[in-house]
Design a protein. Structure first.
Length: 163
């Protein structure tokens, strides 16, 4: 006999070893994520950090107004003239954080330092391609292009698991 929770759940295979189970619940129940694993691998840590970052927000400033910006909406950060800007799909906000502070805060999330002046959201990359002098160019989902400096290319390849 199928129970109500099994009727509303879906199993999705991920690779050879991990499965994801999605279970629909009633609105009166609390939403949560449960990860069952033998050990806490890099993959499990990455999943945990991603789930935790879902609700992370940053303050953004535009024309003397302050906005709450969800981290998941940020395409990349860029440092220009001692200021740091957060680039969203169609909007740019100034942040009061330093680039190195953002790197420290969000390095274990979906963000990656791609040059001395930029940090990119890996989940917003549409494609990457080699450019001149060992650099790469990342085309983002909003059509913008960001340069990945050659000194950061090996770390990017490792993080994206490409050779």
């Amino acid at each position: 006999m199928i129970t109500e929770s099994l009727k509303n759940s879906t199993m999705i295979p991920i690779g050879a070893a991990m499965k994801v189970r999605l279970e629909r619940i009633k609105k009166t129940e609390e939403e949560h994520v449960l990860i069952r694993c033998y050990s806490i691998s890099d993959e499990v840590t990455e999943i945990m950090n991603f789930v935790k970052s879902k609700d992370d927000v940053l303050l953004g400033y535009e024309n003397s107004q302050i906005f709450h910006i969800s981290l998941r909406d940020i395409y990349y950060f860029e440092g220009v003239d001692n200021k740091v800007f957060a680039y969203l799909e169609h909007t740019v906000y100034e942040t009061k954080s330093k680039l190195y502070e953002l790197e420290e805060l969000y390095d274990n999330r979906q963000f990656f330092r791609c040059s001395k002046s930029s940090i990119i959201n890996l989940l917003k990359i549409d494609c990457i391609k080699p450019a001149l002098n060992g650099r790469f160019t990342a085309k983002l989902l909003n059509g913008e292009q960001v340069i990945i400096s050659r000194q950061y290319v090996p770390a990017l390849k490792k993080k994206l698991q490409i050779s």
